[in-house]
Design a protein around this ligand. Structure first.
Ligand SMILES: CC(C)(COP(=O)(O)OP(=O)(O)OC[C@H]1O[C@@H](n2cnc3c(N)ncnc32)[C@H](O)[C@@H]1OP(=O)(O)O)[C@@H](O)C(=O)NCCC(=O)NCCS
Length: 145
């Protein structure tokens, strides 16, 4: 269900939001995009994690997004972004709150996220909002196909 404050409408993300979402993501410096961000893969992510990802609309346009999902053990956040002209109004905070509440209702009580090393703005956002930067953990990745 959508809810509106200060002209901003928050609602769950749908597959048909893709065109506006990818345009937003392409314009953001701190996000890492890959083949996992194709329309089909995003639609599959939203289907597997129904009701956990959110958008914020202003005047009918998507100006903020967050993707959230879980693997039944831990939650993961991706693609938190707000267009530059709407920053500083608590949009990101409200998107994160909604995603974490939705994860909690699925029984997920801990959430992780990845931040690019060069994304100092993103790091400051997470640190200012109660997230712990972990030491002693390294991320290993491997292509399967
Ligand atoms: C990071 C981002 C999502 C923040 O969006 P936002 O809607 O402006 O954030 P909020 O208004 O909810 O910020 C809440 C608080 O976080 C802190 N904060 C937000 N952005 C910050 C920044 N760049 N540097 C330092 N603190 C920041 C502030 O304490 C702020 O509170 P204040 O407005 O009372 O000062 C936005 O700057 C963005 O889209 N950046 C590019 C994409 C990106 O890096 N995303 C994160 C990927 S890991």
């Amino acid at each position: 269900m959508a809810n509106v404050t200060d002209g901003y409408t928050f609602r769950t993300m749908r597959a048909d939001d893709y065109d506006q979402a990818i345009e937003l993501w392409n314009g953001l410096d701190g996000l890492g995009l890959s083949e996992a961000d194709s329309p089909e893969r995003i639609a599959r992510f939203l289907q597997r994690n129904e009701g956990l990802s959110f958008v914020c609309e202003y005047a009918g346009n998507i100006i903020g997004t967050i993707l959230a999902g879980h693997d039944s053990r831990r939650g993961f956040l991706y693609h938190l972004g707000v267009t530059a002209e709407h920053r500083g109004h608590g949009i990101a905070t409200r998107l994160v709150d909604r995603a974490l509440s939705a994860l909690l209702t699925e029984g997920i009580d801990k959430c992780h996220l990845f931040v690019m090393e060069h994304n100092t703005g993103g790091q400051r956002f997470w640190s200012a909002n109660g997230w712990e930067k972990r030491d002693g953990i390294l991320l290993y990745s491997r292509d399967l196909a």
